[in-house]
Design a binder for this molecule. Structure first.
Ligand SMILES: [Zn+2]
Length: 301
């Protein structure tokens, strides 16, 4: 079976906390070997640590997402440093720049001071990110530009600084010709795949090929919200990720992404690159394994 590496996801997310053991089992059964789980705020760091302690397949990262920058406590940085001290297997992430939120600029430099690979989130701000990275870089330990949607032209500049380019279902939001040109500009030793689960649900013409997350019946208010947005899937596959339609508390949640959907991302990226899926799975697995094999990592090559 192909081995896959989810280079960026958020399996600690409370929206999936009741079903996450099942999601992980299904993903492992589908060939996903490692999950780089990124903390996004001080609040979810304990959960990321707990998951890392319980699952050898979970590689923890701690950071503050631009969305949560303004919510950080005065002691955030010392707490973060303590997390790295107590968890030498951890990487840095998720941090970044996002023009779509209030947190326009994070304490990027502070967070980058630790030397593990960094998972960087960037929305409509690649033009701003490049000078920031140039001033702080190069990054010999590597930087993941997660869900990369920047231009083909910027790829060599970022690559020179040590960047890896990680692709998720969001790639499908780009025009195919643009995505293809950009993908082809990425050096083979810098390409990664990810899900950003439980966000980033890929589009698919074949809904049966997607894995869905069951609704968590313990959150009735979410349940009602979902019922309004979600149309039931006709004839969805009956494997373990899908619901038992007779049980209304287990209708698939079509807004949330399952980590096993990395297979749909793999298929899409492979088709744009004109390579076969096995070949791309091997390359991306090897790249991620190299990147995550730093000192102290759970994954020493
Ligand atoms: Zn993320």
């Amino acid at each position: 079976m192909m081995k896959l590496f989810d280079s960026h996801c958020h399996l600690q997310d409370q929206r999936i906390s009741n079903v996450v053991p099942k999601l992980i089992t299904t993903a492992l059964d589908n060939g996903i070997v490692y999950f780089a789980v990124n903390g996004t705020s001080e609040k979810d760091w304990p959960k990321v640590k707990e998951m890392s302690d319980s699952y050898p397949c979970i590689l923890p990262s701690f950071g503050i997402h631009p969305l949560w920058v303004t919510k950080r406590t005065p002691s955030w940085f010392s707490t973060l440093k303590n997390y790295f001290k107590a968890n030498p297997c951890a990487a840095v992430g998720e941090i970044g720049l996002d023009k779509g939120t209030r947190g326009k600029k994070v304490d990027f430099a502070d967070q980058i001071e630790v030397f593990q690979p960094v998972s960087v989130h960037c929305v409509r701000a690649f033009g701003d990110l490049l000078p920031v990275m140039k001033s702080l870089g190069p990054f010999p330990a590597g930087v993941i530009l997660h869900s990369y949607l920047g231009s083909a032209e910027m790829v060599p500049e970022f690559a020179k600084l040590g960047a890896y380019f990680s692709f998720s279902g969001y790639l499908m939001s780009l025009k195919e010709s643009k995505a293809k040109k950009m993908l082809k500009s990425v050096p083979a030793d810098r390409i990664l795949l990810e899900t950003d689960a439980p966000d980033g649900l890929p589009k698919s013409d074949n809904l049966e090929s997607l894995f869905y997350i069951e609704k968590d019946s313990s959150h009735p208010e979410d349940h009602n919200a979902q019922v309004q947005n979600a149309a039931p899937v006709e004839g969805s596959s009956s494997d373990s990720t899908c619901c038992d339609a007779k049980n209304s508390s287990a209708v698939p949640n079509e807004t949330l992404n399952h980590p096993a959907n990395i297979k749909t991302v793999l298929a899409y990226v492979a088709s744009l690159l004109d390579v076969n899926q096995e070949e791309l799975a091997d390359i991306t697995y090897e790249n991620a394994s190299r990147l995550f094999s730093y000192e102290g990592s759970k994954l020493i090559l």
